[in-house]
Design a protein around this ligand. Structure first.
Ligand SMILES: Nc1ncnc2c1ncn2[C@@H]1O[C@H](COP(=O)(O)OP(=O)(O)O)[C@@H](O)[C@H]1O
Ligand SMILES: [Mg+2]
Length: 346
């Protein structure tokens, strides 16, 4: 049987710096194929080549055993390749149906959102998504927006589905639902490419795995069943990097001290009497199921949301309740969870 998608010897450089070095990839119908690699390994670039967004400097692509000339996204769509990108390509102010018209006008032969709404509803029912075609995309949760993107590529007739880090913005429960859905698509005969850097997902949901490192394919289509997390991690980071080693270092003074901190929640649970101290030289982890006060805590620690009670001290200077510039002057910086929404003016 021919491979669903096969990429051979793909190279691509950006401004003279290679992102892909003769990378190869092959996946088959009916499987979830994980494409694993660290950040910057070239996973997205390789799949952007397959879906016509980037022209490779060299290399070839075959779909279902036939050589494929893919020079634009429309070529890839015609060949049944659909990609759900890491950052969704949806117009937030439009309804789901309007977004579908934008993307699928010619494929569906519809021009009006009203007609698209029927197609969306039918497809959603078929795959078991609970979606209102008239809902405004900006009002949807991230998980729902992802389902709209998946519906979009399915309506475009995709049989090879590429999902780029689909769980990076989802909660654990949403991730399980999304990954389970991907497996169902594969069981229905689709070829599903799951781009990820999470070993847990590779082991739990893929049948085979390809690993990339530094733009090269370092493991091509190995059966996942025969691999453990340690082997995968070593393949992913290379022999020189020790994935599981914990660096111990001398800890310095307390730089950030939080005492008895309470913050009102945006809608419900907030922060209730939390305290901890972070020393120089330390990476301090805060764990919890999403929506249990993490956002409110981060907001309070950066001056975005005033606490209702308690103390925050940076280098022993009390700063709770002051504004963002005050926190910035003390050297506080934050990388927000949703960087595209709250970190950048795109
Ligand atoms: N459009 C681009 N312009 C310049 N460099 C890019 C571009 N896209 C990716 N790169 C670079 O190519 C390399 C591989 O990136 P990418 O494919 O996004 O990795 P991954 O998806 O595995 O995290 C990185 O060094 C990245 O900075
Ligand atoms: Mg990527």
């Amino acid at each position: 049987m021919s491979h669903a998608l096969e990429i051979a010897g793909a190279s691509k450089a950006f401004d003279g710096r290679p992102a892909l070095r003769r990378a190869s990839f092959a996946c088959d119908w009916g499987e979830v194929h994980a494409l694993l690699g660290e950040n910057g390994a070239g996973k997205s670039t390789l799949m952007n080549v397959a879906c016509g967004l980037y022209a490779p400097d060299e290399g070839s692509i075959a779909v279902d055993g036939q050589p494929a000339a893919i020079t634009a996204p429309a070529d890839a769509a015609r060949l049944g390749i659909g990609m759900v990108h890491q950052h969704y390509k949806l117009v937030k102010r439009f309804t789901i149906a309007e977004n579908i018209v934008l993307a699928c006008r010619s494929a569906l032969g519809v021009r009006r959102p009203r007609d698209a709404a029927e197609a969306v509803a039918a497809k959603a029912a078929e795959v078991g998504f609970d979606i209102d075609p008239h809902a405004v995309v900006g009002d949807l949760s991230i998980a729902e927006q992802q389902r709209v993107e998946i519906l979009k590529v399915l309506l475009l007739g995709a049989r090879i589905l590429i999902l780029d880090e689909p769980t990076s913005v989802l909660t654990d429960q949403e991730s399980v639902a999304a990954l389970t859905f991907m497996r169902r698509l594969a069981e229905d005969g689709h070829a599903v490419v799951l781009i990820t850097h999470k070993l847990r997902e590779v082991i739990g949901y893929s049948s085979r795995v390809t690993v990339m490192r530094g733009g090269e394919t370092v493991l091509a289509g190995a059966e996942t069943a025969g691999l453990d997390a340690e082997t995968l991690a070593r393949t992913m980071v290379g022999e020189e990097g020790e994935a599981t080693e914990r660096h111990t270092r001398q800890l310095g003074e307390v730089r950030l001290r939080v005492e008895d901190l309470s913050v009102r929640g945006a809608g419900g649970i907030g922060v209730d009497g939390v305290g901890f101290a972070v020393r120089g030289g330390e990476i301090y982890g805060i764990a919890g199921v999403g929506g249990n006060g993490q956002q409110e805590l981060a907001d309070a620690l950066t001056g975005l949301r005033p606490p209702s009670r308690g103390r925050i001290a940076i280098d022993d200077d009390e700063i709770a309740g002051r504004d963002v510039p005050a926190f910035r002057r003390r050297g506080m910086r934050a990388v927000p969870a949703d960087r595209f929404r709250t970190g950048l003016l795109a």
